[in-house]
Design a protein around this ligand. Structure first.
Ligand code: ZN
Length: 153
C-alpha cells in the first residue's frame, strides 16, 4: 500500500509544475515586448516609445522594448492600405506603420496599434476609434481596456 504513494506524489508535483509553467507562459504573453525596425527614423522611434510610455501609465500589461532580434513583437515600417496608416495583428505579433506617416502622426498611430497589441478592440470614441481617432484616452477606451484585462478594475 505504501508503494503507490511516492508515485502519486511525483505525478502531482509534475502536474503542478505543468500548471505553473503554463501560467508563467500565459503571463508572459500578456505583455508586449517589441523591437522597432531600425528603418524608422530616431524621431519616429521616439514617438513610438512615447506612445508605449503613455499606455504603461494605464495598463497592467507593459509595453517594453528589446534589441533587434530579441523582441516578441515586431514594429515594421510597411504600407498598409491607401486609407490606413497602421495595422496590428496579435496572432503574428506584428505592427505595421505606414512609412509615409508624418512624424507628428506617428504617436497617434502607435497609440492605436499598441492598443490592439495589448488586446483592445475598436470603440466608438478616443484612441481606439478607427474613424475619428484622438490622442486622448476616452471612457470607452478605458472600459475596453478593463474588459480585456489590460487595465485594472
Ligand atoms: Zn484599429
Amino acid at each position: 500500500m505504501n508503494r503507490p504513494v511516492p508515485f502519486v506524489r511525483t505525478n502531482v508535483a509534475c502536474a503542478l509544475f505543468a500548471v505553473t509553467s503554463l501560467w508563467l507562459a500565459s503571463c508572459g504573453d500578456d505583455g508586449v515586448n517589441c523591437e522597432i525596425d531600425a528603418v524608422f527614423t530616431d524621431q519616429q522611434q521616439a514617438e513610438i516609445r512615447r506612445a508605449a510610455d503613455d499606455w504603461n501609465k494605464l495598463t497592467v500589461r507593459d509595453v517594453t522594448f528589446a534589441p533587434e532580434g530579441e523582441g516578441d513583437w515586431l514594429i515594421l515600417p510597411a504600407s498598409v492600405t491607401l486609407n490606413r496608416l497602421g495595422y496590428a495583428q496579435r496572432k503574428r505579433r506584428l505592427i505595421r506603420i505606414n512609412p509615409v506617416t508624418p512624424d507628428e502622426q506617428i504617436y497617434a498611430v502607435a497609440l492605436h496599434e499598441l492598443g490592439h497589441a495589448l488586446g483592445l478592440g475598436h470603440v466608438p470614441k478616443g484612441v481606439m476609434d478607427p474613424d475619428r481617432q484622438t490622442i486622448v484616452f476616452s471612457d470607452e477606451d478605458m472600459a475596453e481596456c478593463r474588459r480585456v484585462g489590460a487595465c485594472p478594475d
